[in-house]
Design a binder for this molecule. Structure first.
Ligand SMILES: Nc1ncnc2c1ncn2[C@@H]1O[C@H](COP(=O)(O)OP(=O)(O)OP(=O)(O)O)[C@@H](O)[C@H]1O
Ligand SMILES: [Mg+2]
Length: 265
């Protein structure tokens, strides 16, 4: 795997203890939604930053309810990130007007990515979670080559159509020598509305579990589909803060715990 960025020196980020990538081969599997809720869960006990690296289709500003925030410059000319739910967030969505397309490629793209790390007032962070765009394109490649990544988490939905793409993401982590923490199976089933109701599969169960067993990979969690997760994201509210006692909130805290165990401070 080669990009023009691989010749550039690695960025030195002494104030950030762990950088964790959240990616997928496939679009729309819930990377941004899960990144936000996992970061907020981690942020209860740690200093957490969330970088929306989906340069071409940023969505974290909406999910975090920061549409009215315009980053100002600090005294030393660094962008002050949005702070919501005790986490700091930077996104292209804070820097371009709503609906405006970013059309950078090549050097412009590499420069923009570097600036999201170096020209933002992140301060001291225990964890910087990076919400990647779908696929295995320039952005994940550039980030992996520019900064020291502690590990990657791959998001997939249960069906084989998503597994095919998840395998591509896993292959990318392998080729880039990035430790693969495990997979998150999102929209595993429709969350039962009452105790009598059975779990309904929204997608056909594919070969994910067999694949994980064969490859000795970990499934970090199964996150059900719940309309409130989507509604919270639409409203810019945090699901876990809105429903602190919910069973799904416990799943997000459990994922945060696994991240802390895998990337100790
Ligand atoms: N577990 C869930 N339950 C209900 N809705 C969900 C769940 N996970 C994600 N969604 C919804 O699915 C849609 C896609 O999610 P999201 O934008 O997080 O995916 P993505 O993988 O980041 O997409 P992209 O590849 O475009 O960046 C959103 O409307 C989100 O609210
Ligand atoms: Mg996204």
């Amino acid at each position: 795997m080669t990009t023009a960025s691989q010749d550039l020196p690695k960025l030195f980020l002494p104030n950030i203890k762990h950088i964790i990538l959240i990616g997928s081969g496939k679009g729309g599997v819930g990377k941004s939604t899960l990144s936000a809720n996992i970061s907020i869960a981690l942020g209860k006990t740690n200093k957490v930053g969330l970088l929306d690296a989906d340069i071409y289709g940023p969505s974290l500003v909406k999910i975090l309810g920061g549409e009215n925030y315009r980053p100002e410059l600090s005294k030393d000319k660094k962008l002050i990130p949005l702070t919501r739910h005790n986490i700091k967030c930077m996104s292209m969505g804070l820097l371009v007007e709503d609906g405006e397309a970013v059309i950078w490629r090549g050097p412009m793209l590499f420069k923009a990515i570097s600036q999201l790390f170096t020209d933002v007032l992140w301060g001291d962070l225990d964890y910087l979670i990076i919400d990647l765009p779908p696929g295995t394109g320039d952005v994940p490649l550039t980030i992996s080559q520019k900064v020291n990544v502690s590990s990657a988490i791959t998001v997939t939905t249960p069906q084989n159509l998503s597994l095919i793409d998840a395998k591509r993401a896993l292959s990318m982590w392998r080729q880039l020598n990035i430790f693969n923490m495990g997979l998150l199976e999102n929209m595993s089933y429709l969350y039962p509305q009452d105790k009598e109701m059975k779990k309904i599969n929204l997608f056909p169960k594919g070969d994910l579990d067999t694949f994980l067993q064969t490859e000795k990979l970990t499934k970090l969690a199964e996150i059900p589909f719940h309309p409130y997760i989507g509604l919270s994201a639409e409203a810019g509210q945090s699901f876990i803060n809105s429903y602190p006692d919910h069973e799904i909130t416990k799943i997000f805290f459990d994922i945060a715990k696994k991240i802390k165990k895998s990337c100790p401070l």
